[in-house]
Ligand binder design. Structure first.
Ligand code: GLU
Length: 307
């Protein structure tokens, strides 16, 4: 991919989406998420050959929210294998909102609705809940090149005060025998995972490892098994943008995962990882300007996997 063309196109597309800067609303159901500058915008691209494009507020730290579900899925697969995971979680897109109880039948619809991520969180192994969460943090640090990944306690406390829907999902899943663990192990770790603070560069680096078949960009070491990369990207493709995943695969056309704090992480296999941050969301929970930027880039650079 021509780096100069990529850089110029990014600049042009960001400029052309300026008009969407004030559209949409920040999430408020987790009160601390509303405590941001609503007009912030940041973008990072990391190419598989190690080049970086940084635009806007790239240092700004925000909570991963649903983007953490990508890491939980990878770890659930690594700790238990594919069969175990998909006997207990579905792999189809859900037409329901990410925290709707209808996302559970005999099991969660997919690993990226809340019920699915509560299930993958339960599958992460460790001696106790502290070790399980430490392994989760370490995995994010390793894949993202560390650089300031941190735990955002205020976001965690804020969600713990308002997360009764997720508590309900936890109990439904446990009643169906998906796991047999205590609330403060699974649910608290799920919320803690959503509260990991990152910037767009951290997430673009994780995405770049996935774009590179799971291999470290610097050393070539296999950081994520290739089979698990394929599964993760397939799920990001089919379910990464909530119940509008299909819609955005028509206009963007590569694996994506968004979170309600305003991040969208994208993987263009063999080319680059990308992350946009803009906290104003559309009604589904996807970052409004982030979508516009990704749509613009995909169109101008022919990035759809079906192009
Ligand atoms: N922590 C959020 C929740 O459980 C994550 C939602 C999201 O980003 O989709 O509601």
């Amino acid at each position: 991919m021509d780096f100069k063309l990529l850089n110029e196109t990014v600049e042009r597309v960001i400029e052309s989406t300026e008009e969407f800067k004030t559209e949409g609303n920040v999430a408020t159901y987790i009160p601390e998420l509303a405590n941001v500058d609503e007009n912030n915008f940041g973008l990072a691209i990391v190419t598989v050959d190690g080049k970086t494009i940084l635009k806007g507020d790239t240092e700004l730290r925000f909570s991963m929210q649903s983007i953490s579900k990508v890491i939980s899925l990878i770890m659930a697969l690594e700790d238990n294998g594919t069969d175990y995971v998909f006997e207990r979680i579905g792999c189809e897109c859900s037409p329901y909102a990410f925290n709707h109880v209808n996302t559970i039948t005999t099991k969660a619809a997919n690993p990226f609705v809340n019920a699915g991520a509560i299930s993958t969180t339960a599958m992460i192994k460790g001696r106790d809940k502290e070790e399980k969460f430490q392994r989760f943090m370490d995995r994010i640090k390793k894949l993202s090149g560390d650089q300031g990944v941190t735990f955002l306690e205020k976001v965690y406390n804020s969600e713990m005060e308002t997360t009764d829907t997720n508590r309900a999902l936890f109990y439904i899943l446990r009643s169906k025998g998906i796991f047999d663990l205590e609330m403060d192990d699974v649910l608290n770790r799920y919320v803690a995972g959503c509260s990991v603070g990152v910037n767009v560069v951290n997430l673009a680096k994780i995405a770049a490892v996935l774009a590179n078949g799971g291999k470290c960009l610097e050393t070539g070491d296999q950081l994520v098994e290739e089979d698990y990369v394929k599964i993760t990207l397939a799920q990001m493709f089919t379910s990464g943008m909530y119940e509008e995943s299909g819609k955005y695969q028509m206009t963007i056309g590569f694996p994506l995962k968004s979170g309600v704090s305003g991040g969208i992480m994208g993987v263009v296999p063999g080319k680059f990882g990308i992350c946009t941050y803009s906290p104003r969301l559309d009604a589904t929970g996807n970052s409004l300007r982030g979508i516009k930027v990704l749509e613009g880039l995909s169109k101008e650079l022919g990035l759809s996997l079906f192009a």
